[in-house]
Design a protein around this ligand. Structure first.
Ligand SMILES: [Zn+2]
Length: 472
């Protein structure tokens, strides 16, 4: 009995003497050995890329888009990557996509050559470090790597790219199973990003997960089923000349008076409408970002000096149309939106935004909503906005039609985005444009002019009728 205890003690001592205590660096070095070090990697297969921010209903998962093929090439030293996708179905933005990044330059490659996408560089760069080899390399290069977790599931945390805290969990074989981080998002604030890796396979001494799943903002955004891995593939991805000199285009705001006290505020990809009331101002649509919203707000203050912006109306909840809501909430504006959006917006408008502190982070205001579940009217006797909630169309299960009865102006987004003047109508009418037209008839709105959130405008209502082959 005593002898057995002595042997056991000796064994424990022997084990603990032979293995020095783990450190963040030793865990990363062990992982590099287990994975097999590479300078570049290429992996391909099939999978899924969801349309983040474009749920059918606010708070539901992102719409899934199956990938019939994907191929990704990463050059870790060059901090460059190329992703080529083919969606299984026709897709907004093109069924085939080729997106590239090199350092702080990003571009898409299409039929007309490389098109700069500088604003996306940071997010594309992040995806390089959200691969197993990328995480280990970034961790070994970081000056603040720290270790937590357990002996069998060590966790290494560090900062990369200045403001991204990456937290990686390893398994007992020193393979990475999970990376958690956050990224700044105009709607979500600090948005959760979680990548998980499983089913590692060996290709010529290099291990790579057959299955990668990434979620963003709480819902799956990527699923990659990797069937082919080429370690150290030739992968030089220089920045094209047309991209090297490109910068983020400056914010442009141009406004046009379209009726008494009504202005169409354009200048970018998404427009807004400013409406003057006796004692205050209403803005219709807060698209894209805080930067865009601050520019539109400055323009509204120029057009209508000395009146507060009391209301912000939304057409629908999609992120490209609500990226400025936090900005208006911080200014104390009441958010007028479809009832079905309120619970989700309560969360997003109060979410922390520490990575890129916006005005709602610096000076938080409790959001105030006017939920619309039936016709709702804002009027002061002189100016009037009517809000009609609808059951939506193929791209969102809710939207609100915003109608100014005095000037007979309809404000709508996405359903009808007027193209160049006198362009021939499409062979098949767009179903959402048809739905919009039918809603206007059902609600008996006497629309003379459409002030669209996208595209050319304002345009006569007859252009919508023409675009779907109906009589105005
Ligand atoms: Zn939309």
């Amino acid at each position: 009995m005593r002898r057995a205890a002595l042997v056991a003690t000796t064994l424990v001592l022997a084990v603990s003497c032979s293995a020095p205590p783990k450190t963040a660096t030793s865990v990363l070095q062990d992982a590099q050995k287990a994975l097999g070090d590479v300078k570049t990697i290429q992996f391909s297969g099939t999978g899924m890329n969801a349309f983040v921010g474009q749920a059918l209903t606010a708070g539901e998962p992102w719409p899934v888009r199956e990938l019939s093929s994907f191929s990704e090439t990463i050059n870790y030293d060059q901090k460059s990557a190329k992703v080529e996708l083919t969606f299984a179905q026709p897709t907004f933005g093109g069924q085939q996509q080729n997106t590239e990044v090199n350092g702080d330059k990003a571009w898409n490659v299409g039929p007309n050559g490389p098109a700069p996408q500088i604003a996306t560089a940071e997010q594309r760069q992040l995806m390089i470090w959200l691969t197993p080899h990328g995480f280990v390399k970034a961790g070994l290069a970081a000056s603040d790597a720290s270790l937590s977790g357990s002996e069998s599931a060590p966790v290494v945390s560090f900062t990369t790219m200045g403001r991204y805290k990456l937290v990686g969990t390893f398994d007992a074989q020193n393979l990475l199973t999970k990376i958690e981080t956050k990224r700044p998002d105009p709607v979500l604030g600090d948005a959760d990003v979680v990548a998980t890796f499983s089913d590692y396979k060996d290709t010529g001494g290099v291990k790579f997960p057959s299955k990668t799943s990434i979620s963003e903002g709480g819902f799956p955004s990527w699923e990659l089923n990797t069937t082919k891995v080429t370690p150290n593939a030739a992968a030089d991805l220089p920045v094209p000349d047309a991209v090297a000199s490109a910068t983020v285009p400056p914010m442009q705001v141009t406004s046009a008076k379209i009726a008494d006290g009504v202005w169409h505020v354009a200048g970018g990809s998404h427009h807004s409408v400013v409406v003057e009331f006796k004692d205050y101002v209403a803005v219709l649509e807060a698209p894209l970002t805080e930067e865009r919203s601050l520019a539109v707000i400055a323009e509204a203050k120029k057009l209508v000096p000395n009146k507060p912006i009391k209301y912000l109306f939304t057409t629908h909840h999609h992120f490209d149309h609500t990226g400025g809501l936090r900005t208006y909430a911080a200014q104390g504006a009441t958010i007028v939106t479809h009832q079905s959006n309120v619970a989700y917006l309560e969360k997003t408008l109060t979410a922390p935004s520490t990575m890129v502190p916006d005005s709602q982070a610096k000076n938080p205001q409790k959001p105030v909503f006017q939920a619309v579940s039936d016709k709702w009217v804002l009027t002061d006797g002189q100016q009037t906005i009517e809000v009609y909630p609808t059951d939506g169309d193929t791209h969102t299960k809710e939207y609100t039609l915003l109608y100014l009865p005095k000037s007979k102006i309809l404000v709508e987004a996405d359903a009808f985005s007027p193209g160049p003047p006198n362009a021939p109508p499409p062979a098949t009418p767009a179903p959402n444009a048809v739905k919009l037209y039918d809603e206007v008839q059902r609600l008996k709105l006497n629309v003379a002019t459409i002030a669209p959130i996208h595209g050319r405008g304002p345009v006569p209502f007859a252009e919508l009728a023409k675009a779907i082959g109906r009589k105005g």
